[in-house]
Design a protein around this ligand. Structure first.
Ligand code: GDP
Length: 469
C-alpha cells in the first residue's frame, strides 16, 4: 500500500473522532442552555446525541474494516515485525561489543530521583543517545531506590559482553566527544542539545515507519523498552502466576488512575465516572463489530480505594488487578522492593490490554502505551488520555503543520494559513486544540484540531551497515 493510502486511513479514523467530539460537545452546551427554558428542546438534543454516537460508531467500524478488507493486513504484520527485528538486531550489535575494554561507552545512572516510569524514560533517553553516538550503553543501578541490588534483580543486563564502565579515558557529554567513556547527564541538563533527542526518528527507517505507524516516535521509543525489559526467570514467573490468578484475557481495557501525590501538583483529579465513560464507549464501539460476553478492565492505581469504588458502581464489569499492589504504590512504601514487583506487574498488564484509559501526565501510563506499541502493529490510537497529548519528557519541540486555513470565530481562536507551523499545548478533546503559531506569533490560542497534522521529525542516526537488513 502507498504511504498516502495508509495515512488517509488513519486520518479518516481520527477525523471521525474529532468530528464527533466537536459536534457532541457543542450540542451538550446548547442542551444545557435549553434545559433552563424548554425540556422538550433539551430532549431533542438528547436524541441527536443518542443517534449521533451510533452514527460515529458505525463510521469507525467501517473505517477500521478497511484494515482487513484491503488485503494488506498480513503485509502490515510482517512489516511491523521486520522493522522491529532490524532495530532489535542493531541494539544487540551495539550492546555486545567483542572487546569491552576497547568499546566506546555511554554511562547512564538508573537512579534518577523519581518514580519507576520516570526512571525508565531516563534510561530510554540514554539508550537512544547511545544508539545515535554508537556507544555501548552502560547502566549503573547499584543502590537503586526500588531494590538495592539493582536492575539485574528483575531484568536481564543490557549486555552479555560489556557491563563495566572501565576505560582509558572518561569525560562528560560532548556532541562529538572522543573519550572512551562518556557520562550522560539527565535530559533536562543536556547542553548542547542533541539531534538524536525524542521525538526524532532515524532517517533511514522514517519512510517505512511513517507508512506503517500513526505515531513513529512512540514506535521508536517502544523498541528501546522492548530491548530493555527482558524479564529474569523469577520476574517472568511472577507475571505468569499473576496473569493466571486474575485470569487475564482479552478483550480488556487498561485503566490507570493516578492519584495520591500527583493530584493537585502535576495533574488534576479525575473521577472514576470520567474514566469509566471512556471504557464504556470502547465496549459500545466493539459491540458494533462483535459480541462482548463480558466487559473487563485491568485496573492499576496508587489508590486502593478506587478498586472498591469501581466494583461497587460498575457491578457488570470484571475488574482485574490487585488492591494490594496499589497499597504498596501509595506513598508510604512506594520505593520498596515489593512496590517494584507491583509496578512491573501493572505496567506489564496495562501494556497488554486492547485500549488504555488514563492520564498521559503520568509516566506510568505513557510507558504502558509505549510498550503496547512494540507489541501490536499500529496501536497509536489505542488510548484515551484524560489530560495531556502523548509526549516524551524533555523532548525537542514537536511541531504540527496546518493543512487547512482557518478564520477565527471567537477571540479565543487563532487564524491558520496552510503551512503554518504550530506547537500544541494540549488537545481539549472537544474538536479544539490549544497551541502557538510560529508564523503569526499567536500564543496559547485555540484552533480546530482537524486542521493540523503532526510533523514527523527525523535525524541522521547511524545506519549500522554491519547489521544486515
Ligand atoms: P508519574 O509520577 O505518575 O508520572 O510516574 P512515575 O513512575 O515517575 O512515579 C510514580 C510511581 O508511583 C510509580 O513509579 C510507582 O512506583 C507508583 N505508581 C503510580 N501509579 C501506580 C500504579 O498504577 N501501580 C503501581 N503498582 N504503582 C504505581
Amino acid at each position: 500500500p502507498s504511504t498516502e493510502y495508509e495515512a488517509l486511513k488513519r486520518k479518516l479514523h481520527s477525523g471521525i473522532l474529532e468530528f464527533w467530539w466537536f459536534v457532541s460537545s457543542e450540542v451538550k452546551k446548547i442542551r444545557k442552555e435549553a434545559e433552563n427554558f424548554s425540556p422538550l428542546l433539551a430532549s431533542k438534543f438528547n436524541n441527536i446525541l443518542d443517534l449521533g454516537i451510533e452514527h460515529k460508531r458505525s463510521l469507525i467500524k467501517d473505517v477500521s474494516g478497511l484494515n482487513h478488507a484491503d488485503g494488506y493486513a498480513s503485509w502490515r504484520q510482517n512489516e511491523f515485525e521486520e522493522l522491529s527485528s532490524l532495530i532489535q538486531r542493531r541494539l544487540d550489535y551495539l550492546q555486545n561489543p567483542s572487546d569491552c575494554s576497547k568499546a566506546k561507552k555511554l554511562v547512564c545512572n538508573l537512579n534518577k530521583g523519581c518514580g519507576f516510569g520516570c526512571q525508565l524514560h531516563h534510561v530510554i533517553y540514554c539508550f537512544i543517545m547511545a544508539y545515535g553516538l554508537e556507544r555501548t550503553l552502560i547502566l549503573k543501578s547499584k543502590g537503586w531506590r526500588y531494590g538495592v541490588s539493582g536492575w539485574e534483580s528483575v531484568f536481564f543486563p543490557l549486555s552479555r559482553t560489556c557491563t563495566s564502565a572501565n576505560g582509558s579515558s572518561h569525560g562528560p557529554w560532548r556532541a562529538n566527544g572522543n573519550v572512551q567513556v562518556m557520562n550522560l547527564p539527565i535530559i533536562d541538563s543536556l547542553t548542547p542539545r542533541s539531534k538524536f533527542l525524542p521525538g526524532a526518528v532515524p532517517n533511514d527507517i522514517a519512510g517505512r515507519l511513517t507508512r506503517i505507524h500513526g505515531n513513529p516516535t512512540v514506535w521508536w521509543i517502544g523498541q528501546f523498552l522492548k530491548y530493555m525489559l527482558k524479564y529474569q526467570p523469577a520476574t517472568k514467573q511472577m507475571l505468569d502466576d499473576f496473569g493466571r490468578k486474575v485470569n487475564f484475557q482479552n478483550p480488556i481495557v487498561g485503566v490507570h488512575i493516578r492519584r495520591t501525590d500527583k493530584v493537585g501538583t502535576e495533574a488534576a483529579f479525575h473521577s472514576v465516572e470520567e474514566y469509566m465513560s471512556h471504557v464504556e464507549e470502547y465496549f459500545q464501539q466493539l459491540l458494533v463489530s462483535q459480541p462482548v460476553p463480558q466487559k473487563r478492565i485491568y485496573l492499576a492505581t496508587d489508590d486502593p480505594k478506587v478498586f472498591t469504588e469501581i466494583r461497587q458502581k460498575y457491578p457488570e464489569y470484571e475488574v482485574l488487578g490487585d488492591a494490594v499492589i496499589s497499597k504498596s504504590a501509595s506513598l508510604g512504601n512506594r520505593y520498596s522492593r515489593s512496590s517494584l514487583d507491583g509496578i512491573i506487574t501493572d505496567i506489564h498488564f496495562l501494556a497488554r490490554t486492547d485500549f488504555l484509559v488514563c492520564t498521559f501526565s503520568s509516566q506510568v501510563c505513557r510507558i504502558a502505551y509505549e510498550i503496547m506499541n512494540a507489541l501490536v502493529p499500529d496501536a497509536a490510537d489505542h488510548f484515551k488520555s484524560l489530560d495531556d497529548v502523548y509526549y516524551f519528557g524533555g523532548q525537542e519541540p514537536h511541531y504540527h503543520v496546518a493543512v487547512l486555513p482557518h478564520t477565527a470565530k471567537t477571540p479565543q481562536e487563532m487564524n491558520l494559513k496552510v503551512g503554518d507551523i504550530l506547537t500544541i499545548a494540549g488537545n481539549h478533546w472537544d474538536g479544539y486544540s490549544k497551541g502557538s503559531n510560529l508564523r503569526s506569533q499567536v500564543y496559547a490560542s485555540l484552533f480546530p484540531s482537524f486542521k493540523v497534522q503532526p510533523k514527523v521529525e527525523t535525524a541522521d542516526f547511524p545506519t549500522y551497515p554491519q547489521v544486515p537488513l
